[in-house]
Design a protein around this ligand. Sequence first.
Ligand SMILES: [Zn+2]
Length: 124
Amino acid sequence: MNSKKLSFLPKTKVGIGFVCALVALTGLMLVFIAVRWPRPSSYCKVHGVGLKSDWVPVIYGEPGYVPGYHQASKDFPNGDTKVEGGCVSTPDSPKTQLISFCKACRKAKAKWLKARAAVYLREI
Ligand SMILES: [Zn+2]
C-alpha cells in the first residue's frame, strides 16, 4: 500500500474507529434530517384529498382579519385564495405566487366568511 496517497487515514485502530464512528454518526444525522425536514404536504390533512396548484395574487400592506378567523382557519388550512407579501412592495415584487390548495378548504372558508359577514352585518 502506498502510504503517501492514504496519508489522511489515521494510523492507529483507535483513530480508524473514531473515523468510522464519525462517518456512522454523520450518516445517522443525515437520515434524521431527511426524515424530520419539513416538506409541503401533498394532501389536505382536514379533508384527506389531494392538493391542487393555483396561481394566486400576492397582497401587500397591512392585512385585515375577520374576528375569529385565526381559530376558524384550522378547519380550512389549505383554503388560501391569496398570499400576504408583507408591508413593503417594490415594482419588482411578485404579483402572483404558485400555491397548493384544497377545493373543500376553499369551499369551507367561503362558507365561513359568508356566515361571518352575515353575523357582522347583524351586529352593526
Ligand atoms: Zn381541505
